[in-house]
Design a protein around this ligand. Sequence first.
Ligand code: NDP
Length: 434
Amino acid sequence: LHRNAGEKEFHQAVHEVLESLGRVVSKHPEYADEALIERICEPERQIIFRVPWIDDRGDVQINRGFRVQFNSALGPYKGGIRFHPSVNVGIIKFLGFEQTFKNALTGLPIGGGKGGSDFNPRGRSDREIMRFCQSFMTELHRHIGEYIDVPAGDIGVGGREIGYMFGMYKRLTNRYEAGVLTGKGLSFGGSRARKEATGFGSSYFVQRMLETRGNSFEGKRCVVSGSGNVAIYAMEKILSFGGIVVACSDSDGYIVDENGIDLDLVKEIKEVRRERISEYARLKGAGTHYIKGGSIWDVACDVAMPSATQNELTGSDATTLVKNGVIAVGEGANMPCTPEAVRIFRDAGVLFAPGKAANAGGVATSALEMQQNASRDSWSFEKTEQRLAVIMHNIHDTCAETAEEYGAPGDYVLGANVAGFVRVAEAMRAMGVI
Ligand code: NDP
């Protein structure tokens, strides 16, 4: 603990994985001998850098940039970049740690990493965003490459930001290295279905999990927190599965529409106009409510999909959801449920899909983007989505089978942690103590 003082999200993520590993070490004592667990908890490399830029008023602004290259046993480091004022080294380390196991679960050749900055994009002009991305890449470009480290988007980083970063990388290196970043625009090496992949994937996972109990999304009342990239496409896939989404949110509050959320309007507000979710209630009027602050988890539902940020769903939220009859929870975000919330769901017998399994569809499709870039190919939406669906089903089944094998049937948290760990650990053992 003292080596990573103050990094509370990192401690939380490590603790959750280690809790699952007792059963692995009793089956594989060699992992304990080679200090594998300790090595896996230590990032291979952490880069922290200054990001100076000039705002529209001509003032100099200074932010801090991060890239944590956590584990490259299975392939080049791979993981998103987050721009949010809350970003610090502990948050990037927790995300990089989770990413390592998530990427292993996809079965694709990608290691784990994560990056970002405490830059707040809210209210910034397009020019400011561009200058910030260019300055960020001025340092980051030294540390990445298609065989080294391949960043993508995360909170506050979407197609626009990836475009500006790719442009700067290309200029600085004088290389058209499409495979250095994923989540690119379709006109310069992006993959179809990448934008949709994380949200679609989390709904595919939950649908399969519901099927294990002879159930499905059909006719289910769903609440999805957030209204960003993951939330929007989780909602889209839930709707196509016949579910009804009644609420979504942003960091200021949440909207409830008992007639079912009008997703086209949410997309218009968030993706095109880049406005607040409160606009939805203003434009839609009757039958719709906007609640400033408060907890979206007060809205009764059958399926909850927390898809905004870490620790957004607390123990008391979980108690409310259970009281209101929730049957399944799927983490679209990374670690959105607190440990207490996860315990409450487990004790109540609620189906629970942990983020490192349920939201792996984004990075899996990023790996498919890398495949397309490497072969200078471009696949159709249908082909890419089909691959995504198969990958999500495989991840689900791997977690379910591993949980069973290790004596905890139905425990997807244990299944995901153990299956991810074993894949990384086997590769690390084979490569010796490095
Ligand atoms: P976006 O920036 O597109 O959207 C984030 C959404 O969550 C916004 O609605 C935002 O509201 C809300 N939000 C962010 N921070 C907070 C907060 N502190 N409190 C309450 N609400 C908040 O990000 P993504 O949709 O890409 O990411 C969402 C989650 O999914 C993250 O945990 C991310 O790590 C995870 N994830 C993303 C993947 C991807 O492919 N994009 C892949 C796998 C996981 P506001 O606009 O008000 O800030």
